[in-house]
Design a protein around this ligand. Structure first.
Ligand SMILES: [Zn+2]
Length: 189
């Protein structure tokens, strides 16, 4: 039904004493606008990563802050980024841990820290997915009262589903997070 036909029908309905069909305009996000914003976010994220890389690059000093050795190898560079001292110092540190019988614990702690940052990333991505997913993304046009009811129902069901799925996942992840944090807290190195 085009706009003219709608007007004709609405007039006829009014003449007959019936309630004319209502048109409902639901303002949805402009998809182009959304795409543009996503691109902006992507660019911003890349810029941030570049900045972080640049910072890391700039932060590796010439001398190891612990033993003052010149840090010239790739291994030194890598170790400095991870542990803030040169490769030799890291080898010494790990040997000391082995001698003290703390190496396994230290290694496990490292693994747990990695898990924790993975879980945090997951939580963050689910939260932003939920935020995006419950936003209406389709334009629909009202026709007849019954259709509107159906449409509305469909929408609220989608939102519920999204909430349900994300809540379930978040609950699980938060449980994992607590477990990992508890394990980490039990370490004292
Ligand atoms: Zn060193």
């Amino acid at each position: 039904m085009n706009e003219h036909q709608r007007h004709v029908k609405a007039r006829q309905d009014i003449m007959k004493g019936n309630t004319p069909e209502k048109r409902i305009f639901v303002h949805m996000e402009d998809l182009d606008e959304k795409k543009k914003r996503q691109d902006e976010i992507k660019v911003e994220r890349e810029r941030k990563n570049d900045r972080m890389d640049a910072l890391k690059e700039a932060k590796t000093p010439w001398f190891c802050p612990e033993c003052n050795k010149v840090m010239k190898s790739r291994l030194d560079d890598k170790m400095y980024r991870l542990h803030n001292h040169c490769f030799d110092c890291q080898v010494k540190f790990e040997n000391k841990l082995r001698i003290e019988g703390k190496y396994d614990e230290w290694e496990e702690e490292k693994v747990l820290n990695n898990q924790l940052s993975y879980i945090r990333d997951q939580i963050e991505s689910i939260e932003s997915w939920r935020e995006e997913a419950i936003k209406p993304v389709e334009v629909f046009d009202q026709v007849g009262v019954q259709d509107v009811e159906l449409q509305t129902e469909k929408w609220s069901k989608n939102t519920e589903k999204v909430e349900e799925m994300s809540n379930e996942a978040l609950e699980e992840l938060n449980k994992m997070k607590t477990e990992v944090e508890e394990k980490l807290n039990s370490f004292v190195i």
